[in-house]
Each structure stands twice: as C-alpha cells, then as structure tokens.
Design a protein around this ligand. Structure first.
Ligand SMILES: O=C(O)C1=C[C@@H](OP(=O)(O)O)[C@@H](O)[C@H](O)C1
Ligand SMILES: C=C(OP(=O)(O)O)C(=O)O
Length: 444
C-alpha cells in the first residue's frame, strides 16, 4: 500500500564550502547479494557494513519469508541459510518495494525452487519490465504469470528439476545476468550467460566466495560466464564496502561548490562501477584515490574530491554499464561545466525507478539549463553556472531526488524537490551526512 503521509519537500540552497571526511552506507548491489547467497548457503553468514536502506530491507524480508533466519548482531547482520533448493513456500505475497534488483534476482532464485510465490512492488516497480528475466528463466521449466506488459505482480511456480540455461543477454544488465546465474545454482549441469559488455560482477565474485565454481572468459567486447549447478554453498562472511553510487553525491557537491574539499572513506572501487570517476577526470575534476586496498575481496579506497571548474565531456555508450546509476548526478555536473556535453547510449535509463532519461532532462530544464534528448543521447549545454529556482518532480526515484538537492548547492536560486522519502531506498542518512559536510538542505 502506498503511504498516505505527506511527501516531505526539501529545498536546497546555495551552500558555503563543503568540507570533511565521511563514509557512505554499504553498497546496495553487494548487500542484496550477501543476504540472498547467505540464505542459500549452509551455515551462518555474518555481514558487516550491510546497507540498511529500504531496498535491501525488502530483500531481507523476502528471504525471511522464504525460510532463512536473518537477525542483527550489533552492527552486523547474521543469516542462517537453508541451502540451495531449501527455501520454503512464502505464506504471503513478497513485496519488493522500489527495488528492481531485489525483484529480478529473486525471480531467478524462485524459478529453481519447488514452490509457488507472488511478487509485487510499489507503483514505480510495478511499471518496470520483467520480460527481461521471465523470458530466459522460462527455460528452466518454471512457470510465470505476469500482469499485462510483463509487469508485477508476478506469480512464479518454480520447478524442482530446473534445466540449466544458456543465454546471451540482449542488453547489458547485471540484474538479468545474476537472475540467470541464481536460477542455475539449483539446476543440474552448467549454466552459461554471455553479456554483450561487461557489467558489475558482484554475483560472480560472491558466488566464488561462497564456494561455487564460476569461470569467466572474454567473448568479443563482453564476457561469457559459466556456473556449475548444485554446488554446496558454504556460509562465508561478507564485508560490504561503501557504495560508490552513493559516494557520487557528496563528491559531486564538493566539485560544484567553490572552496570545497571532501573525503569519502572506504568506498568500493570495483572497476566495473567506476565509469563516473573516469568521466569526471575527463572533465578535469580534482579527484584522487588514497589508501587503495582490497577489503572483503573488493577493491576499496578513500576518494578525495575538491572544487574544480569543470569542462564538458563526451561519454561513450560503452561506458554506460560501469556508471549506469550515475547519469542523473553526472548530468548536474555537466550543467555546471563550461560547454556542451553529450552522454551517449542511455536507453536503459528509461526503465529505471523512473524514466531517468526524460526525468533528468526535466530536472535540469526546470532549473534553467538547456538540454536536448537526441535518440538515446542526453545533450547538456553547460554555461559554467546553473540558474536553479525549480521544483523537481522526483517520480519515486531516489537518484533524481539526491541529484536535484546537490544541484541546489551550487545554483543561483534554491532548487526544491517534491518528495524526499525515496532517498532512504539507497542512502539512509543522506540529509544528515550532507548537512554534516556543510550542505544546505532544509525542509520546505
Ligand atoms: O545488479 C545490480 O545490483 C544492479 C544493476 C543495475 O541494473 P541493470 O542490471 O538493470 O542495469 C543497476 O542499475 C542497479 O542499481 C543495480
Ligand atoms: C536502478 C537502481 O536500482 P534498482 O534497479 O535495484 O531499483 C538504482 O539504485 O539506481
């Protein structure tokens, strides 16, 4: 049920320099996977640094409803797993809230479990396409019944005797890749997924960490992943790094507001997630990595960002998978840069929590920035400063809300958003952390 409480409006006003050192909450992609793999393993998995955002809490709720025991132990989370094939039928509908990752990865798990389950989500998630997982997963022998247009609510009747899949992804999507691999965990034989371009590889890394056999080889511009089915997943402790997609917001604010210098400690730096940082360097951003290290099997480091007069950038379509969630905030930075930027090949943005291509263009336009959409490209005419003054419609999309609030730190007039409530899906504590750095974000 949608909330009947008033949606909190927030106004962001031009700020004094932002300074300080913060850590951001845990990586959302890794947190979902840690709970899911923990639930499929034998034994107790301890997770430290789990993101306690709405999206991940939905995954925790669903895995509990499927029989896993999940509890908190101080700051850590503990998952007592059921083993592959050991999940039990949920007594009620599984509500995945706002989370595409939770819904699509879970569809993979459910396909190869002998049970009946119904998944739904909020008004945003119920608009998002599920055919991209339903089509390949049908090959396991599971049955899917979806609302028209292959939208949630979705009924899944899983199968005890799942067939292993061989699938080439039509679009680069880590969610679809992961759904196929997760279905393959309980299929007899080898599951093969080919992706046209490399996408985030947290599933592959974590599956290995839990004892599964996964091989990865190059295939053209992409990769071919093979998973041997029916391994015994053994519980394994997981250390979740800070989410680079969340780090992007304080970094952007520091780059925008003159005199700022901000450090984000312990941020994940998996190379399949760092396309934004590559683009920012091309814009001339003062951005450095300190204390680069490996923690919990993932590269992490401290990111230092300082105010820079940015120049325009041309971001190639091939870079999109490594920065897919960062386009709204990059677009804000392009609006503040000097010159015309072109962000290419953004068709996948149309199927996120909102149509992020149109909504990002609208976010900028309402704040006085000249923007065009040409095919799947976003073109932003930056003039070195942003007029601001707009009320941004956030369409149940956390990344639009945070991008608009960061824009308001540097625009001439304050920017407002219509609804701050969705920020908690990925970045609980965003307002407090940003205010702690000196950002000016007030209830409006
Ligand atoms: O696998 C994941 O954890 C994610 C994959 C991406 O989605 P797609 O697979 O749809 O590109 C990304 O946008 C999402 O925030 C998280
Ligand atoms: C697209 C996102 O998440 P999801 O697909 O999991 O809803 C996101 O966090 O920007």
């Amino acid at each position: 049920m949608e909330s009947l409480t008033p949606r909190p409006h927030i106004s962001a006003r031009p700020a004094a320099p932002l300074t300080g050192s913060i850590g951001v909450p845990g990586d959302k992609s890794i947190s979902h996977r840690a709970l899911m793999f923990g639930a499929l393993a034998i034994g107790q998995t301890r997770i430290s640094g789990l993101l306690e955002g709405e999206d991940v809490l939905r995954t925790a709720g669903a895995m509990r409803a499927l029989g896993a025991e999940i509890s908190r132990d101080g700051a850590d989370w503990l998952v007592a797993g059921r083993g592959i094939g050991g999940l039990t039928e949920p007594a009620d509908v599984l509500d995945m809230g706002n989370s595409g990752t939770a819904a699509r990865l879970l569809a993979g798990i459910l396909a190869s479990h002998d049970l009946y389950a119904v998944m739904t989500g909020d008004a945003s998630l119920r608009k998002r396409p599920m055919a991209r997982v339903i089509e390949p997963l049908k090959g396991t022998g599971a049955q899917f019944f979806a609302r028209s247009g292959n939208r949630l609510p979705l009924t899944i009747i899983g199968t005890r005797e799942a067939m292993p899949l061989t699938y080439r992804l039509p679009v680069a999507s880590a969610q679809v890749k992961s759904a196929v691999l997760l279905a393959g965990l309980n299929a007899r034989g080898v599951t093969e997924v080919e992706e046209p371009e490399p996408t985030r590889d947290h599933s592959e890394n974590m599956l290995r960490h839990f004892g599964a056999q996964v091989s990865v080889e190059r295939a053209g511009k992409g990769r071919l992943i093979r998973l041997t089915g029916q391994p015994e997943l053994r519980a394994a402790d997981v250390v979740v790094p800070g989410d680079p997609s969340s780090a992007a917001f304080p970094i952007a604010a520091a780059l925008l507001v003159p005199g700022s210098k901000v450090t984000i400690t312990g941020a994940g730096l998996n190379p399949l997630r760092t396309g934004l940082f590559e683009s920012l360097r091309e814009m001339g951003a003062e951005l450095t990595i300190e204390n680069a290290r490996i923690e919990g099997g993932e590269p992490v480091g401290d990111i230092v960002a300082a105010y820079t007069e940015l120049r325009a950038v041309d971001v190639p379509a091939e870079r999109a998978p490594s920065m897919i969630d960062e386009y709204p905030i990059l677009a804000v930075l392009c609006a503040a840069a000097n010159g015309t930027s072109r962000l290419r090949g953004l068709s996948e943005l149309r199927v996120k929590e909102s149509d992020r291509l149109s909504a990002t263009a609208a976010l900028l336009r309402v704040n006085g920035v000249q923007v065009e959409i040409e095919g799947d490209d976003l073109i932003i005419h930056g003039t070195g400063s942003i007029p601001g003054g707009g009320l941004v419609e956030t369409h149940m999309d956390h990344r639009l809300a945070m991008s608009a609030l960061v824009l308001g730190q540097a625009s001439k007039e304050p920017a407002r958003i219509d609804d701050a409530s969705f920020i908690d899906t990925s970045f609980p504590g965003f307002l407090t952390l940003m205010r702690g750095l000196g950002a000016n974000m007030v209830a409006a």
